[in-house]
Design a protein around this ligand. Structure first.
Ligand code: CP
Length: 295
């Protein structure tokens, strides 16, 4: 069963293989399953990129998409996630994409259902397809991960993107450093990389990976105004001018313009933010193919 639940379950060869497949899709190659296949996208948290690009990927692969709206489903009558997925499996759905606010939501499903689950983001846990599309974007830019310095900056504690990317980038040979408010770090990150100021990060990195401030997960812990955050930890116009010649800017989006990044830099020459979104379709085609052809 080829679930995709976290980046930790993928070894280096599997990651390279998914990226290779995604790159082929980016060059116009196609694939269709031998038999008709049905998929459903279950999003229990808001999403624009992940939901729409999974749907785009599914349609490009000729899959039948069974609509599911959490707000109009029997979840509202108290049905569990397990019973919901078991229902979809029973009626003939071949794979599900799930985004959920609960970390590790998939633990109640694995081993008990017979269709692949693709994690579209679990709480503060993991976002494996975002990580893969980030890797594809870096690989297309530099051709390798070895020797690259990647700075992950911002709301690290609440970010499933940081969690997914930090370990895998190190596994692939990149150096990872972290920057941002120290109250948004946890020991796991402090152990797995180096911490530096935003000024040091922007001047030394090849890839600046900015993170969205996850206001919805903060409660009352945000203490800086948007402008204070921008000046202390954001990518200002002045900081961008000090970046290395061929370095790139990434952000998983949605972007808080003027906070994590100056609005004028979102589409600047070194920004790959919309390239990341484009690559999201190809990566999702690759993981859907991997899930369905081996199921
Ligand atoms: N990057 C990302 O996951 O965006 P969405 O929340 O819009 O899917």
């Amino acid at each position: 069963m080829k679930h995709l639940l976290s980046m930790e379950e993928l070894d280096k060869d599997e990651i390279i293989s998914i990226l290779h497949e995604a790159n082929r899709f980016s060059l116009g190659e196609t694939w269709e399953p031998k038999d008709r296949k049905f998929v459903s996208n279950l999003f229990f948290e808001p999403s624009t990129r992940t939901k729409c690009s999974f749907e785009m990927a599914e349609r490009k692969l000729g899959l039948d998409v069974i609509p599911f709206e959490a707000s109009a489903s029997s979840i509202l009558k108290g049905e569990t996630l397990y019973d919901t997925i078991k229902t979809l499996e029973s009626i003939g759905v071949d794979a599900v994409v799930i985004r959920h606010d609960q970390d590790h939501f998939y633990e109640e499903l694995v081993g008990k259902i017979d269709i692949p689950v693709l994690n579209g983001g679990d709480g503060c846990g993991q976002h494996p397809t975002q990580s893969l599309l980030d890797l594809l974007t870096i690989q297309q830019e530099f051709g390798t991960f070895h020797g690259l310095k990647v700075a992950i900056a911002g709301d690290i504690l609440h970010s499933r993107v940081a969690r997914s990317n930090a370990l895998v980038l190190k596994k692939l040979g990149a150096e990872v450093v972290f920057s941002g408010p120290t109250e948004w770090f946890d020991q796991e990150y402090l152990n797995s990389g180096k911490v530096c100021s935003m000024d040091e990060a922007v001047e030394s990195c090849d890839v600046l990976m900015l993170l969205r401030i996850q206001h919805e997960r903060h409660g009352a812990t945000s203490h800086l105004s948007p402008n204070e955050y921008h000046q202390q930890y954001g990518l200002t116009l002045q900081r961008e001018r000090r970046m290395k010649k061929n370095s790139i800017i990434m952000h998983p989006a949605p972007v808080n313009r003027g906070v994590e990044i100056d609005s004028d830099l979102v589409e600047c020459g070194r920004s790959r933010i919309f390239k990341q979104m484009k690559n999201g379709v190809f990566v999702r085609m690759a993981v859907l193919k991997r899930a369905l052809e081996t199921n």
